[in-house]
Design a protein around this ligand. Structure first.
Ligand SMILES: Nc1ncnc2c1ncn2[C@@H]1O[C@H](COP(=O)(O)OP(=O)(O)O)[C@@H](O)[C@H]1O
Ligand SMILES: [Mg+2]
Length: 303
């Protein structure tokens, strides 16, 4: 077995945007959240996205420097604005979103620099939002084709209907080696793949086999998670926390999962660490709180 490396190179590709709350805003976009957390866990992290040539774009780039993410991989669009999402939270900190249309991240270009990143990364995470445009969908597809030796995580990250995602989900499953879905996305996928009514375990086995996946992770919000690798399943209960804002819990979960998966950890350790990160995120405001691994340790001890 190859020795684990000290640092891995991890990429998030797709949207970066401002999550706009009533009286403040945070950096957001699932691939951005993921890349930021991967950096905070100590890996070399890269975010591949595109912002507008505007104040919001410049502030986003400035914000990314806080996490020491390289900013050369953020393309600048001269015509389209930086993406934004209006976020409103209910009393349990559960968000609903309204996303701006036809923005810079819809025009992500595949470049030789991106190809080099793709060839050298150990893991990449992508979703569905940025694939709404054909230009960015093509770029993500090219990136994944060049990232053949990487762990390729498809995190659906959408409340859209099966109909709206029909063109995006099957090719994304083909390109992925790991699938991360929440319970709503799993239901949607079952409709989309015309397997409604099938018991969950059978559906997961179908996904693992048909798309040659190494791992499927299902998240159940406060109910924890379940991870399947084709041989075994590992279910972990949710941690009891005081939720402030659950936005981005799944992205932190994915960062924890990849961190441990790349290091060859057993399934249970992967699930426990991912679950810890997801729960920690819920106790913080926004999807990209600044934290250290010591903060995570303190949080674990406080439970
Ligand atoms: N209210 C909560 N209490 C404790 N942990 C949570 C809570 N909400 C989310 N989590 C953690 O974050 C993970 C992802 O959350 P979930 O809401 O299922 O995904 P997503 O954010 O992708 O919709 C869960 O599996 C769990 O580990
Ligand atoms: Mg999610």
């Amino acid at each position: 077995m190859t020795q684990p490396k000290e640092k891995y190179t991890i990429a998030g590709i797709g949207e970066v945007l401002w999550d706009i709350y009533r009286d403040h805003r945070h950096v957001g976009g699932a691939p951005a959240n993921f890349a930021i957390h991967a950096a905070q866990l100590g890996d070399e992290s890269v975010l591949v996205s595109r912002v507008g040539d505007d104040g919001m774009g410049r502030e986003l780039i400035q914000a990314l420097r806080q996490w020491r993410l390289p900013v050369e991989t953020i393309q600048i669009d001269e015509k389209k604005p930086t993406g934004t999402v209006m976020v409103s939270l209910n009393v349990k900190g559960v968000p609903s979103f309204r996303c701006s249309q036809d923005v810079a991240f819809d025009y992500l270009q595949f470049t030789p620099a991106l190809e080099t990143i793709a060839k050298n990364c150990d893991a990449v995470l992508f979703g569905t939002l940025a694939q709404r445009s054909s230009a960015t969908r093509k770029t993500i597809w090219h990136f994944l084709q060049s990232a053949k030796k990487a762990v390729r995580v498809f995190d659906v990250n959408s409340r859209a209907s099966a109909e709206a995602l029909r063109e995006i989900v099957p090719p994304s499953l083909e390109a992925a080696t790991v699938l991360k879905v929440n319970r709503h996305e799993l239901d949607m996928m079952q409709v989309l793949l015309r397997r409604e009514g099938e018991v969950r375990r059978k559906f997961i086995d179908f996904l693992l086999k048909k798309y040659h996946l190494k791992l499927v992770a299902i998240t159940y919000g406060e109910g924890g998670c379940e991870i399947f690798d084709g041989q075994t399943a590992c279910k972990i209960d949710g941690l009891s926390v005081k939720e402030i804002d659950t936005t981005g819990a799944g992205d932190a979960f994915a960062a924890g999962l990849i961190h441990k998966l790349l290091r060859g950890a057993p399934l249970r350790e992967i699930a426990e660490y991912a679950n810890l990160l997801g729960a920690f995120l819920c106790t913080q405001s926004g999807a990209t709180p600044i934290f250290t691994t010591q903060d995570l340790e303190n949080f674990r001890e406080s439970l």
